[in-house]
Design a protein. Structure first.
Length: 54
């Protein structure tokens, strides 16, 4: 199981590097979308906690 995880991480890293090298503009867009998603999720959790406390 640990070896399968190592292989999966290795494949993911290779894919990310390949994407960045072949299409840096698209990779930048994907990173931006990812950060916007994380930001929205954090904002939603913050609003939920605020409502929970009130």
């Amino acid at each position: 199981m640990a070896q399968a995880r190592k292989i999966a991480v290795y494949v993911l890293v290779v894919f990310v590097l390949y994407t960045i090298i072949t299409s840096p503009d698209r990779a930048g867009d994907l990173v931006k979308i990812g950060f916007e998603g994380v930001s929205s999720a954090a904002k939603g959790v913050g609003e939920f906690m605020t409502q929970l406390v009130s």
